[in-house]
Ligand binder design. Structure first.
Ligand code: PGA
Length: 254
């Protein structure tokens, strides 16, 4: 069963009103109208959700946030509820990015709670997993990522609303990527875990690869059988490189 590729841009803590306008305008110009072989998602900082959302209105590019809180509302200074993200016109939110896990001490249980809150608010989620360099060196990559997914995935996850991103921590922003065989091995392990947890639905989930995806490596990564798109950080900050990665998506008729 063919899965339509998803190319998601994670801007992280980059972008202000002026440069985001040019970035989105550049992307819209490249995208043009008419059918395209992949779904596109932009995840700007929360401060730009409204503005970017207005700019892409009328296109088929989706809007997403980079994190949400697990509570519906309350005394959580500086945090953002999933319903607020939905209110901005977003359709997606990333949860469990390794920068959240490491810098904000988010556990699998917290990631799962965030995913559940996002789904309850009507958002789709991108659940991130990935091993550290030490864990890979110790031969633990597969056990780490499968354990993370098992514990971070919301119960009863549906493939139409849940996307999984494999992002090796050591590959993020480093210019290093795993070998194609290593990516394929992890994605297959994630697919097998999904099969044991979700049954027949497993084949429908989109599994993204993230970590130093560039126009130079995207064709090979996106051609892997179990890779259904990319979560792109640095290269999503320029319309040229993000669009080149989108164009690298395989032609899949769905
Ligand atoms: P990178 O980031 O493409 O800059 O490595 C990917 C990510 O963190 O999602």
């Amino acid at each position: 069963m063919a899965r339509r590729p998803l190319i998601a841009g994670n801007w992280k803590m980059h972008g202000h009103k002026s440069d985001s306008f040019d970035l989105v305008a550049g992307l819209l110009a490249k995208r043009g109208n008419g059918p395209f072989k992949a779904d596109l998602l932009l995840c700007p900082p929360a401060t730009l959700l409204d503005r970017v959302g207005q700019q892409i209105a009328g296109s088929d590019i989706w809007l997403g946030a980079q994190d949400c809180h697990s509570a519906v509302s309350g005394a959580f200074t500086g945090d953002i509820a999933a319903s607020m993200i939905k209110d901005m016109g977003a359709s997606h939110v990333i949860v469990g990015h390794s920068e959240r896990r490491s810098q904000h001490f988010e556990t699998d249980a917290m990631v799962r709670a965030k995913a559940e809150a996002a789904l309850a608010a009507g958002l789709s989620v991108i659940v991130c997993v990935g091993e550290s360099a030490e864990q890979r060196a110790a031969g633990q990559a597969l056990s780490v990522v499968t354990a993370q997914l098992k514990q971070s995935l919301p119960p009863g996850a549906q493939s139409s609303r849940v996307v999984i991103a494999y992002e090796p921590v050591w590959a993020i922003g480093s210019g290093q990527t795993p070998t194609l065989a290593e990516v394929a091995e992890v994605h297959l392990a994630l697919r097998r875990l999904l099969a044991s947890e979700e049954g027949a639905e497993a084949a429908q989930f989109r599994l993204l690869y993230g970590g130093s995806v560039t126009p130079a490596n995207a064709v090979q990564l996106l051609a892997l059988a179990e890779v259904d798109g990319a979560l792109v950080g640095g290269a999503s900050l320029k319309p040229e490189s993000f669009w080149a990665i989108a164009l690298a998506s395989p032609d899949i008729t769905v």
